[in-house]
Design a protein around this ligand. Sequence first.
Ligand code: SF4
Ligand code: SF4
Length: 112
Amino acid sequence: MSEACLGCGTCTFVCPTCQCFDIRDFKTREGVVRYRCWDSCMYSDFTLMAHGNSRTTQMQRFRQRFMNKLVYYPSQNDGLYSCVGCGRCVNKCPQKLNIVKVIKTLGGKTND
Ligand code: SF4
Ligand code: SF4
């Protein structure tokens, strides 16, 4: 399912439950300004650490996004999914990748 994913990150920026961020230092004439900005688990450098990167393929990144919303988050939050079913990611994805297909592939049920 991940083969068509371009890794553009659009799905994560329009998603109301995605919350990943990065900390950046920006050099200005008045000195260094530290700020927080959006980041995306779909980007290849998202998990980059001093020892390397724990997710080296788009398949791993794609898997992480859906496993977090549908499996990991519910397991730590009384079964609450990290997806409200708004469909923004489906509408904006240039490849029309669909969380409903992922849910069905994982064996879940949907209302459609
Ligand atoms: S359908 Fe779910 S994963 Fe997609 S944007 Fe809405 S909350 Fe996020
Ligand atoms: S919007 Fe679609 S193509 Fe872009 S990262 Fe998300 S799933 Fe992949």
